[in-house]
Design a protein around this ligand. Structure first.
Ligand code: NAD
Ligand code: TYD
Length: 353
């Protein structure tokens, strides 16, 4: 079996569902259930005997030790993190705690556990750390995309905390020999993404007839990766990645934010027309994010060359599936738009008008 951390969040939940469907190998999911963790994401596994949920904090060493001893996983896939750049600007402390101290705690627990293993079990054990392209900093318009060899130049508190965790993972391999793998991926989108991130926020606001907030001039560029493709990439790295190596994972889909938002509006015009007019009328330019990285782009040739992975979705196919999923899961959206979510909207957007 494998131990997943953060499996009740957006990517983690997609990964757990995808993993059980693709491999059938049991999963223990350790998740603190912060505002971003939602057990409803895993409701489809309620009667699955191969899935075990444990509510808890990755910073709690005794808990992690107990889980490793009890379940004896052959791998740890580490997704748990504070993951939203805007929240890291308003309050970085939790990012330092979970992303840095939490990863440190897991590494130490994994090292102690790995040292108890022998023979094939010891050789086969893997610690897979899920990270982000944001650790590489920001690109100019003509720079080549991020390769694994790029220096890390994080700019936001979130990116700095993830870069710190990448360094810890690297050092635990170099110093202690822990068999680690690191993946740095671009912006994910797809089912179960919390509606504070650009794509689900725009879908939810459009359907509610609310403004679609675009930071700055809307020309910041991101690479967009469909979450199902990301899950397949992580499986490939876990199966055949070379220990100690880093793999960049991207969708080959570089696009400015304004194009993303207009694409969503056009899909909604087609799938759920609004009698009041075209959704684009709701686009509203607001004050920029402080230190807003201008461009991210991923060179995903290494994972293709070494592991044969390439994204199956184009942006056109992935975004269509995503918009359809949100239209069909309005209850899910309504449930996560709790009081805490409304407080966040007031805090983040109140001062941007
Ligand atoms: P998310 O915020 O949706 O989910 C994070 C999950 O971690 C939640 O279920 C939360 O409850 C859990 N968690 C937080 N703190 C915890 C703690 N101390 N102990 C245990 N569980 C805790 O995040 P996501 O978008 O699914 O991202 C998953 C991983 O992928 C993160 O490491 C993130 O940095 C990385 N990543 C995400 C993206 C993206 O576009 N979403 C892009 C690149 C990298
Ligand atoms: P986001 O989804 O927060 O991901 P990240 O900051 O990790 O890339 O934002 C994606 C892009 O969209 C980023 O350039 C910021 C921009 N953005 C807006 O223009 N308006 C919004 O309301 C949000 C949440 C993001």
């Amino acid at each position: 079996m494998i131990l997943v951390t953060g499996g009740a969040g957006f990517i983690g939940a997609n990964f757990v569902i995808d993993w059980l469907a693709a491999t059938g190998e049991p999963v223990v999911n350790l998740d603190k259930l912060t505002y971003a963790g939602n057990p409803e994401n895993l409701a489809s596994l309620a009667n699955n005997a191969r899935y075990i949920f444990v509510k808890g904090d990755i910073c709690e060493r005794a808990l992690v030790d107990a889980l490793l001893t009890r379940h004896h996983p052959r791998a740890i896939a580490h997704f748990a993190a504070e993951s939203h750049v805007d929240r890291s600007i308003h309050g970085p402390a939790e990012f330092i705690r979970t992303n840095i101290e939490g990863t440190f705690t897991l590494l130490e627990a994994a090292r102690a556990y790995w040292n108890t293993l022998t023979g094939e079990q010891r050789d086969d054990f893997r610690f897979l750390h899920v990270s982000t392209d944001e650790v590489y900093g920001s690109l100019g318009p003509h720079d080549p995309p991020f390769a694994e060899t790029n220096p890390q130049q994080p700019n936001s508190p979130y990116a700095a905390s993830k870069a710190a965790s990448d360094h810890l993972v690297r050092a635990w391999h170099h110093t202690y020999g822990l068999p680690v793998l690191t993946t740095n991926c671009s912006n994910n989108y797809g089912p179960f993404q919390f509606p504070e991130k650009l794509i689900p926020l725009v879908i939810a606001n459009a359907l509610a007839g609310k403004p679609l907030p675009i930071y700055g001039d809307g020309m910041n560029v991101r690479d967009w990766l469909y979450v199902g493709d990301h899950c397949a990439a992580i499986r490939a790295v876990l199966n055949a990645g070379q220990v100690g190596e880093t793999y960049n994972i991207g969708g080959w889909n570089e696009m400015p934010n304004l194009t993303i938002v207009k694409t969503i509006c056009a899909l909604l015009d087609e799938m759920k027309p609004d009698p009041a007019g075209r959704y684009e009328r709701l686009i509203t330019f607001v004050a920029d994010r402080p230190g807003h990285d201008r461009r991210y782009a991923i060179d995903a040739r290494k994972i293709e060359r070494e592991l044969g992975w390439r994204p199956a979705e184009t942006f056109a196919t992935g975004i269509r599936k995503t918009v359809r999923w949100y239209l069909e899961h309005q209850d899910w959206v309504a449930h996560v738009q709790s009081g805490a979510y409304r407080e966040w909207l007031a805090r983040n957007y109140g001062a941007r008008q």
